[in-house]
Design a protein around this ligand. Structure first.
Ligand code: ATP
Length: 234
């Protein structure tokens, strides 16, 4: 397994947001984590990328225990994150935002930049535009592009479809599939469970900080409980 999260607990003060969570992500997979608001999806990603400390448990990545490794070292180790809320630098151009993503890499990043522009032609068209003036969908693309500049082994995506028009939602999901086809493992958190399950290989269902179900994504699409709770009934 590329990524193994074992019996992890995470607290905000006294409140336990994650309570004994275990997930595994194999190299080459798209794995999705679905769950209601407040289930702990964002917290899980933040804990993997090192933005939140864990109070118990263990995270192994690429053969190493990274449970206590600082976030910037996890980037170097190959964990890329495109955070919820995007985190684009508003006063910097698109090109400079992307360059920031390459800081962790040796080399000039030109190959990575060419690939990002190929995946997201819109970013190439707008390379001189300020990040803050890009539309919501464009900023989402920019945040994913920036994470890709570090050539991560695993890309953690938090709600990439949030706030996007339906056409852009389709586009973002096909780009995620393409990123995966090109060799990047993906751990995807989504409210849009139906779309996420359509592109994922495997899925976990998270409820109040614990995994309650784990299965091939296609099976969950047909699971009556999952359909009722997360796919708008039917
Ligand atoms: P959503 O889909 O609404 O973004 P989520 O599944 O990503 O939800 P988290 O954001 O991980 O959920 O939150 C998990 C729990 O931790 C929630 O009960 C939330 O209120 C709590 N929580 C998250 N961030 C903080 C914080 N900074 N301080 C206190 N509690 C927090």
């Amino acid at each position: 397994m590329l990524l193994e999260v074992e019996d992890v607990h995470v607290h905000y003060g006294k409140i336990a947001a994650i309570r004994g969570l275990s997930i595994e992500v194999g190299a080459g997979e798209i794995v999705t984590l679905i769950g209601a608001n407040g289930a702990g999806k964002t917290t899980t990603l933040k804990t993997i990328s090192g933005l939140r400390p864990l109070s118990r448990g263990r995270i192994r990545f690429d053969g190493r225990d990274i449970s206590r490794m600082p976030g910037h070292k996890r980037v170097l180790a190959g964990i890329g994150q495109s955070p919820e809320g995007r985190g684009v630098f508003p006063g910097m151009t698109v090109a400079d935002n992307l360059a920031m993503g390459a800081y962790a890499r040796r080399g000039d990043g030109s190959k990575e930049l060419a690939e990002v522009y190929e995946l997201f032609p819109r970013l190439a068209e707008r390379k001189g535009q300020m990040g803050g003036t890009m539309s919501g969908g464009e900023q989402q693309m920019l945040a994913i592009g920036r994470a890709l500049m570090a050539r991560p082994k695993v890309l953690l995506l938090d709600e990439p479809s949030m706030g996007l028009a339906p056409m852009l939602v389709q586009q973002i999901f096909s780009i995620i599939e393409e990123i995966n086809r090109r060799g990047t493992t993906v751990l995807l958190v989504e409210q849009n469970a139906a779309q996420a399950l359509q592109i994922a290989h495997r899925a976990y269902v998270l409820e109040t900080g614990r995994i309650v179900k784990s299965a091939p994504a296609a099976d969950l699409l047909d699971d009556p409980q999952v359909r009722a709770a997360y796919l708008g009934g039917g």
